[in-house]
Design a protein around this ligand. Structure first.
Ligand code: SF4
Length: 345
């Protein structure tokens, strides 16, 4: 089977001049050293584990790639492009901020084979962007997204849930903007508070409270559902489980769960099933069948059978059976009462 292999290259902060309140990189903002020789080592060691069948991608993550010194950016791209030329790597992606995108930067990215640009579109609300001290406006987000898409790159929008001043409604607007911008995929990051950030200071003086895990799941599930309805692939929900999240020395508060993405998907399925059973008018004691795509059974039943337990209570029936079906794709759910004529897809 053809696997998609991502080789992430984390570019350090390199003195980012911005001060996003949630960012915990300000402590290393003076770090300008970057040992470029490690990049080749990282790529080579991953390539040693891949086969000719695999689809391999190099991803420049961790900072604002197009905001770093241009000579360094080009040197990094040259290294990555040499692997494209040799046929060992198939594509390159990078992540950056809207105000670090212009035609000149895009020309460079194109020249060296970058296909996908991930853009921090944390919120489409100017007031949230201001409270978050992102240092750019919604208009910058629109211009950057337009330029990226019209220049032929695939755009991935990275948005956040629970930022200062944000609400579910504003997050839905942000998701709608990402959809309308022509993005092909999205990442959803519920806001986590790290120590040594301005957001932490805001918590201490009471001007910000992190959203609870349950609320983050609820809000992320709504946004996730909207992306799916509009054929936007959600490639990540929640930060990667790193030491920063597990150590009380770095993590302060906010939705922190090793399986956050899975919990959001469980909630998405629960909401979808309730929506469909409402349309079916399930009566107490009636048997209900629920089918999902192959491989998704545990997601629909939920962690610790949570969805099954909740559905039993909410619908007043213990006769719920879950199955997988080849006829169902993606995150679709099929719900029907015992009689197949009542099938509701
Ligand atoms: S732009 Fe990125 S690296 Fe710079 S402060 Fe904001 S989140 Fe941190």
């Amino acid at each position: 089977m053809r696997r998609h292999i991502n080789i992430p290259i984390f570019i350090p902060h390199l003195g980012c001049p911005n001060q996003c309140v949630f960012c915990n990189q300000k402590t290393i903002s003076g770090v300008r050293e970057f040992d470029i020789s490690t990049v080749k080592q990282t790529i080579d060691s991953t390539l040693a584990t891949t086969s000719d069948e695999d689809e391999v991608e190099i991803a420049f993550f961790g900072g604002s790639f197009t905001g770093i010194d241009e000579n360094l950016m080009v040197d990094l791209l040259k290294i990555a492009y040499s692997y494209i030329e040799s046929g060992q790597v198939h594509s390159i992606r990078c992540s950056t901020r809207p105000d670090y995108i212009d035609s000149h930067k895009l020309q460079i990215l194109k020249k060296y084979g970058v296909k996908v640009i991930e853009l921090g579109l944390q919120s489409s609300s100017d007031s949230v962007l201001k409270l978050t001290k992102r240092g750019h406006s919604f208009s910058d987000e629109k211009s950057a997204a337009d330029l990226i898409v019209s220049s032929g790159f695939s755009l991935v929008g990275q948005m956040m849930i629970g930022l200062p001043g944000s609400t579910l409604e504003l997050e839905i607007e942000t998701a709608r903007f990402i959809i309308s911008s022509g993005a092909v995929a999205a990442r959803i990051y519920p806001t986590v508070v790290f120590r040594d950030t301005e957001l932490y200071d805001m918590c201490c003086i009471g001007t910000y409270s992190p959203i609870a895990l349950e609320e983050a799941i609820e809000r992320s599930a709504k946004v996730f559902s909207l992306f799916l309805e509009n054929n936007i692939n959600v490639i990540r929900i929640g930060l990667c489980a790193t030491e920063n999240l597990s150590s009380p020395e770095t993590y302060y508060g906010g939705p922190n769960h090793a399986a956050l993405g899975e919990l959001v998907i469980n909630k998405y399925y629960y909401d979808k099933i309730i929506e469909k059973t409402n349309a079916l008018s399930v009566r107490e004691g009636e048997a209900l069948n629920i089918a999902v795509a192959r491989g998704r059974l545990s997601s629909v039943i939920g962690q610790n059978k949570n969805n099954k337990i909740l559905l039993t209570k909410t619908l007043g029936t213990r006769l719920i059976s879950f199955s997988e079906s080849d006829e169902i794709s993606g995150f679709d759910v099929s719900v029907w009462k015992e009689s197949r004529e009542n099938k509701c897809t």
